[in-house]
Every structure is written in structure tokens, then in C-alpha cells.
Design a binder for this molecule. Structure first.
Ligand code: NAD
Length: 391
């Protein structure tokens, strides 16, 4: 994505620990950019280099509700539509209050069909694996289809009765006994939706000189939805990437989802880029994140590669138990920011940020969630200062 030297990038601070981690991360982002593109004069103060991001605060969540009466104001969407790229902290989704998740709303409004999560190990961080350094996998999770379409009917309602009658009388579903207490859901998976996600995964692999693209699915049970994802993936690869397949730059294979969750523990090095349907991707993202230190350090982005729209985000929630106490780990947002910098073509700044974070971990500098019991934990802001020192 081509951007000017001083692009405007909107940010949503987020609820809960959002403010803590945003304040800390923004300082690190500015320091990484200033260090990577220092301009002509030496000793330029932070933020006055050749390139600089003009951060623009946009509202969502509690702050938006308080200031505008709406959780996701139209203006927020307009600004992100216009600027293409945005970054956000976590947003609270009240359980059982009939409100759809703001994160899901944002993804749907901008049709951000690919959820991209690179999962990489940083030495110094505790992991349940014997060889966590073998984990370096980028997840491409389909973001718009599957059970997340939210089409379901509750047991005992006239609607579910009509669906059951329809299934029996019109669709020939006669062998399955539906207890009276059945709820029914629908899982839509399309060729178009699968192809654009798998296409993005393959493009990413080739751009990063990664060979293996693995299609993860449950096609042994769900022949047409999950099985379709697998089949369409192979067809797409053969149709559009015949050369890369022939010369060995690209190897496309598939694995059944439950086996995949086993394989990532036993042989994480067998995977480079994995493409998954929405629900499988949800499970796999958190499982993989746990292998390298948890969601506190796992970055993510939701991207529409056709329109260019991309929202980079911390993958954890609002952590209400530690909000406002200076205990939150900003690493997930920091690494999401590194993804953003790379996405706008500022790879030097992204590399600076990632290596500085790696140096902080390698020197035993951690926030409380990652600190071994023997060491002193840094506050959110002190951790950011440590990373800036490494930059
Ligand atoms: P959570 O991720 O907020 O918290 C789970 C546990 O991890 C808590 O103990 C928390 O203290 C800890 N934790 C999370 N992030 C941390 C960080 N950066 N540093 C240190 N510790 C961290 O999950 P939850 O409690 O299930 O959800 C709380 C709220 O967040 C809910 O309203 C949920 O809907 C929302 N949520 C939002 C997003 C998002 O915006 N992308 C994602 C998940 C959950």
C-alpha cells in the first residue's frame, strides 16, 4: 500500500486496558518510525524524522457511547473507509445484552475477509513446548462466513419448528431424529469466500518466500462446506499458481482440523502459512498463540486485500481485571503495529520494532503476565520505555 510520508492513521483506543496499551504503544511506534527514517539532520527528536504518522483518534466502544450515544458511530467507519488503514485496542462485548460484537460489526462493515495472525516465538518467553522456536506460522482465517453468519433458531420456537418441518418435508431429511429440544444453525461457506481467503494466503506465502500453504478443514464430516473449502483451494492453486507449484516455490497440502491441532504441538515446523475456515481458525489462533506465550503477545489484522482496508488489532480482550492498573502487556498491540508498518511499506520501522521487542524479552524485561516468578515485572509504560531504549 503506497502512503505519503506523513499518513493519517486512525486509532480506536479501546475499552478496559485499551487506554494503557495504546498510550504505551503509540510512543513505541513513533520511536520506531523516527529511528528508521531519521531525516537529514542527526539527533532529530522523536517524531520529527523523514516520516511520521499522524494518529487520528476515532471513537468506538465505551468512549463512543459516552461522547456520541452510539458504540460504533458512522464517522468512525467513514474515517477508516477514507484512510484505509486503522489500528485498534480491544472492545468490550457485553454478554447476553442482544448487542452484536463491535469487532464483528467492524469486520462486516468493511468486509475484512482475512484475519491474519502471525504466530512467532520470542526467546525468553515461557512456553509449554520443548521447542517453541519451531513455531513460526501465519494463520489466514476466513472472517465473514461459517457459523459467524449468525443464522440459528432457538429450540422450542415456532421458527425452529418451521425449519424442522421444511427439512423433513422438502429436503428429504427423514433419518435424523430431531429431539423437541433441538436448536438449528446454518453454516454457509462459499467458493468465492474461500477462494479470496486462500488466494490471500498463497500471495502472502510467495511474497515472504514461504513454501507451505496448508488448507485446514473438517471436510471428512462436512463434505460440501468444509470439503468445498479444501477442494476450491486446490483448484485455485492449480489454476492460478501452476508455475509456483511446478518449480517448488509453493506446496499446497491439506490437513483435517483436529489432526492440525495435534500437529502444531508435535511438528509446528511443518507449517508456514495455514488457511482455515472461520470457526476452525478461531480455535487454532488461540491454540497457536498459547504455544508462544499467549494472546498477550499475539498480533492480528483484519484485511480486505481487494479494497486495501485493514484494521490491525490487539487479539486479547479488554482485561477488565487489570484495567487502569499499569499491568497490561502492550506487546500484542505493538506487534499489530509492526504488521501495520509493514502493510504500509515501512518495513524498516517494523523490523526495528520487532527486534527491539525481542531484545527486551531476551534481556528478561517483561510485564507481569509474562514475568517468571523470580523476576521483577515492569509496568506497561516502563516496558514501553524499555522497548524504546532497545530501538
Ligand atoms: P481477556 O483477553 O480480556 O482476558 C483474559 C485474561 O487474560 C485476563 O486474566 C486478562 O487479565 C488477561 N489479559 C488479556 N490481555 C492481557 C494483556 N494485554 N496483558 C496482560 N494480561 C492480559 O478476555 P475476556 O475476559 O474473556 O474478555 C473481556 C472482554 O473483552 C469481553 O467484553 C470480551 O467480549 C472482550 N474481547 C474483545 C476482543 C477484541 O476486541 N478483539 C477480543 C476478546 C475479548
Amino acid at each position: 500500500l503506497a502512503v505519503p510520508d506523513t499518513p493519517e492513521i486512525p486509532y480506536i483506543e479501546g475499552d478496559g486496558i485499551g487506554q494503557d496499551i495504546w498510550e504505551a504503544s503509540r510512543r513505541v511506534f513513533d520511536a520506531a518510525v523516527a529511528a528508521a527514517y531519521p531525516g537529514t539532520s542527526t539527533g532529530t527528536p522523536q517524531g520529527e524524522g523523514q516520516r511520521r504518522i499522524l494518529w487520528r483518534r476515532v471513537l468506538a466502544g465505551h468512549a463512543a457511547l459516552a461522547e456520541t450515544g452510539e458504540s460504533l458511530p458512522a464517522e468512525t467507519l467513514e474515517v477508516i473507509r477514507e484512510d484505509l488503514v486503522a489500528i485498534k485496542g480491544p472492545l468490550e462485548t457485553p454478554v447476553g445484552k442482544g448487542m452484536r460484537s463491535l469487532n464483528v460489526a467492524l469486520r462486516q462493515e468493511l468486509d475484512l475477509y482475512a484475519c491474519v495472525r502471525p504466530v512467532r516465538y520470542f526467546p525468553g518467553i515461557e512456553s509449554p513446548l520443548k521447542h517453541p522456536e519451531l513455531t513460526d506460522i501465519t494463520i489466514f482465517r476466513e472472517n465473514t462466513e461459517d457459523i459467524y453468519a449468525g443464522i440459528e433458531w432457538n429450540a422450542g420456537t415456532p421458527e425452529v419448528q418451521r425449519v424442522l418441518d421444511f427439512l423433513r418435508s422438502e429436503m428429504g431429511v427423514t433419518k435424523i431424529r430431531f429431539p423437541h429440544s433441538s436448536s438449528i444453525g446454518i453454516k454457509p461457506i462459499s467458493r468465492e469466500g474461500s477462494e479470496r481467503l486462500i488466494h490471500a494466503a498463497i500471495e502472502y506465502a510467495l511474497a515472504h518466500s514461504l513454501t507451505n500453504v496448508t488448507l485446514v478443514h473438517k471436510g471428512n464430516i462436512q463434505k460440501f462446506t468444509e470439503g468445498g473449502f479444501r477442494r476450491w483451494g486446490y483448484e485455485l492453486a492449480e489454476r492460478e499458481y501452476a508455475d509456483a507449484l511446478a518449480d517448488g516455490r509453493l506446496v499446497v497440502s491439506d490437513v483435517i482440523a483436529d489432526n492440525f491441532l495435534q500437529q502444531i504441538l508435535l511438528h509446528p515446523d511443518r507449517f508456514d502459512v495455514v488457511a482455515l475456515t472461520n470457526l476452525n481458525g478461531d480455535y487454532a489462533s488461540d491454540a497457536l498463540a498459547a504455544q508462544v506465550g499467549g494472546i498477550g503477545i499475539s498480533p492480528g489484522a483484519n484485511i480486505n486485500y481487494s479494497s486495501g482496508h485493514a484494521v490491525f488489532e490487539a487479539t486479547h480482550g479488554t482485561a477488565p481485571d487489570i484495567a487502569g492498573q499499569g499491568l497490561a502487556n502492550p506487546s500484542s498491540l505493538l506487534l499489530s503495529g509492526a504488521m501495520l508498518l509493514e502493510y504500509i511499506g515501512w518495513s524498516e520501522a517494523a523490523d526495528r520494532l520487532r527486534s527491539a521487542l525481542a531484545s527486551a524479552f531476551a534481556s528478561g524485561q517483561f510485564t507481569r503476565d509474562l514475568a517468571p516468578s523470580s523476576s521483577v515485572a515492569l509496568s506497561t509504560q516502563d516496558f514501553a520505555d524499555a522497548v524504546i531504549t532497545h530501538i
